[in-house]
Design a protein around this ligand. Structure first.
Ligand code: G6P
Length: 609
């Protein structure tokens, strides 16, 4: 099973740089290995390297290839270890293939092909594809007919780029389940897993539908749908930015993205044109709301549940996308489902969306990539406006999701009559100050360093909070484990004594979120229970609380916000308290020598279920 990013290109001269540019922008889909194939002078030349794309670039410097037609791949391994043998493209003498998805019947196909005499070099499901096509070509099919016939025999999900030896006028592309965009350049044509990868080459993009089979040549593309009928897929003007992703003066993308948050939040809360973004839904008609997402996006949804229920009187269920479809939950006739995804490509979230559509739900999505698969499959699209997020651990996209959700909640509360205009205005005023308080929280370096020293050599850590700070604690724990590889768990502080407190000893740091809100007293009691058992507390709270403590935490981080409307506390605090959690995770990971932008085993967007 493989998930990954694919690119293909044909032009009048050479394609290697275009293929590499495309791959650079697809590394969010995986960086276990990368490879490319070009067809030149009647042979297919392949270069592959383990690890990040830079390793492939080094290999190409040492051993260059040229060609005017080629395909390329960046991989995140789930079946078959990350190795050169398992890296794409896969090939035989006649055909070379890149694949995103999973071929479910590969074992059966492999057995048949081995019986025919084909030998396999890898442990991947993908390798059956070039052999199957070659087998069909040997029995008399033309290259393109063999490729089409082969796809009819594949079960599972795939986006494929297929290059033929000795054929420099076209390559084939097809998709089922996994997305595939076609780029229409000047006497050049491209394919890629998304439009972002194509942005440096062209803004003119069309999208293959499920089951489409395309023959891509230098001057255009011929597409047939799953019934074999010739079809034209509309060419759209992509809004994906061709800007290169640079770190500027920052050491890492993650650090840069953490520091971009005040500007992004200012844009959402204080720039008039953005304020209007897509809040024109019939909220008053919704009986309930299902929020569905994965990872960090799901924690944003869990925080928003408190907001929707409190301010908009809307009952909310939050599910992780990989479970939602299998829960057999009866969904109301007038229900709405909100899918949150930074990338808009997460396979579990997309599959959950399709499930909700079949159940007649109004589909709303909150995405950071407006042309993503999830956006294109939705009735209403709300953008997070965070700009491209490169660091694998989500930071600015998370607070931008919260910002968009906060605006949505206020609009829903007004429309549903649960929020007076006066209270709505008070909430908006508090939100307009969020960029400033977030900005102040970014200068906590000394306190963050001291707290990171407490975590640095730990095996495990707990993060606790109540109310909105419970999902926020889970997000803090996720950040720490993603990039520092320290086991961490987020808990509702009240749940601690129902089991997890058994873990507490002198070696267990407990990061506690205790803003001055109506639950603070209870959270502080839970913290004292940990302290009494020798746990090492890292307490994040406001200065007044920290100066009045009757016990001494191992470390403290002081963040403060004076609110004119105290009832806005649960709306405002998650923005403020996100910052020390992000900084704590990144500082701890850096102290441990981890690559915070590309943590091991992870991909930014998981495009298989
Ligand atoms: C992956 C990433 C997480 C991310 C999750 C959801 O697991 O490693 O950081 O939160 O996918 O991604 P999405 O793009 O749907 O928000």
């Amino acid at each position: 099973m493989i998930m990954c990013g694919i690119v293909g290109a044909i032009n009048g001269s050479r394609v290697v740089n275009e293929l590499l540019d495309g791959l650079k922008r697809l590394e969010y889909r995986g960086y276990d290995s990368a490879g490319l194939a070009v067809s030149h002078n009647n042979s297919i030349l392949i270069r592959k390297a383990e690890g990040a794309l830079s390793n492939l670039e080094t290999k190409l410097d040492l051993s260059p290839v040229e060609g005017r037609i080629g395909i390329a791949h960046t991989r995140w391994a789930t079946h078959g270890e990350p190795s050169i043998a398992n890296a794409h493209p896969h090939r035989n003498d006649r055909v070379s293939v890149v694949h995103n998805g999973i071929i479910e019947n590969y074992e059966e196909l492999r057995a048949c092909l081995e019986a025919e005499g084909f030998t396999f070099q890898s442990q991947t499901d993908t390798e059956v594809v070039p052999h199957l096509i070659a087998s069909l070509m040997a029995s008399g099919f033309s290259p393109e007919a063999a490729a089409l016939e082969a796809t009819k025999r594949l079960q599972g999900a795939y986006a494929l780029g297929i290059l033929f030896e000795g054929e420099e006028e076209f390559f084939c592309a097809t998709r089922k389940g996994s997305p595939l965009a076609i780029g229409h350049g000047e006497e050049a044509m491209f394919i890629a897993s998304d439009a972002i990868a194509l942005a440096p080459m062209t803004q003119r993009v069309s999208y293959l539908e499920n089951g489409d089979f395309a023959i891509v040549s230098q001057n255009g593309v011929c597409v047939r749908d799953e019934n074999g009928t010739a079809v034209e897929r509309p060419v759209e003007q992509s809004r994906a930015s061709a800007e290169s992703h640079e770190k500027g003066s920052y050491s890492h993308f993650m650090i840069k993205e953490i520091h971009e948050q005040p500007d992004i939040l200012n844009h959402v809360f204080n720039v008039p044109v953005q304020k209007k973004q897509n809040c024109n839904m019939a909220y008053e008609d919704f009986e309930s709301l299902s929020i569905v997402a994965c990872g960090t996006s799901c924690y944003a949804g869990q925080i928003a549940r408190y907001w929707f229920e409190r301010y908009a009187g809307l009952r909310v269920d939050v599910d992780i996308a990989s479970e939602y479809r299998y829960r057999h939950s009866p969904l109301p006739q007038k229900g709405a489902a909100l899918f949150i995804s930074q990338s808009g490509e997460t396979a579990d979230t997309l599959a959950a969306l399709e499930h909700a559509r079949l159940q007649g739900q109004t589909i709303i999505s909150l995405v950071n990539v407006p042309e993503s698969s999830i956006a294109r499959a939705s009735d209403h699209v709300i953008q997070t406006l965070a700009g491209p997020e490169i660091g694998v651990a989500s930071t600015k996209a998370f607070t931008a999701q919260l910002a968009a959700l906060a605006r949505l909640v206020i609009a829903a509360g007004i429309a549903r009559g649960t929020l007076s205009i006066r209270d709505a205005r008070a909430l908006k005023v508090e939100l307009s100050r969020v960029p400033e308080i977030v900005s102040a929280a970014l200068s906590l370096n000394g306190q963050i360093r001291a707290a990171a020293s407490v975590l640095q050599n730990s095996q495990s850590a707990l993060f606790i909070g109540r109310g909105v700070n419970w999902p926020l604690a889970c997000e803090g724990a996720l950040k720490l484990k993603e990039i520092s590889y320290i086991h961490a768990e987020g808990l509702g502080a009240g749940e601690l004594k129902h089991g997890p407190i058994a873990l507490v000893d002198g070696n267990l740091p407990v990061v506690a979120l205790a803003p001055p809100d109506e639950l603070q007293e209870k959270t502080l009691s839970n913290i004292k229970e940990v302290q009494a058992r020798g746990g090492q507390i890292i307490l994040i709270s406001d200065e007044r609380t920290l100066s009045g403590l009757d016990f001494e935490p191992a470390a403290t981080i002081a963040v403060s916000a004076e609110l004119d409307a105290p009832f806005a506390s649960d709306l405002v605090m998650p923005f403020l308290y996100s910052i020390p959690l992000q900084l704590l995770a990144s500082e701890t990971a850096l102290k441990r020598g981890c690559d915070i932008d590309k943590p091991r085993n992870l991909a930014k967007s998981v495009t298989v279920e």
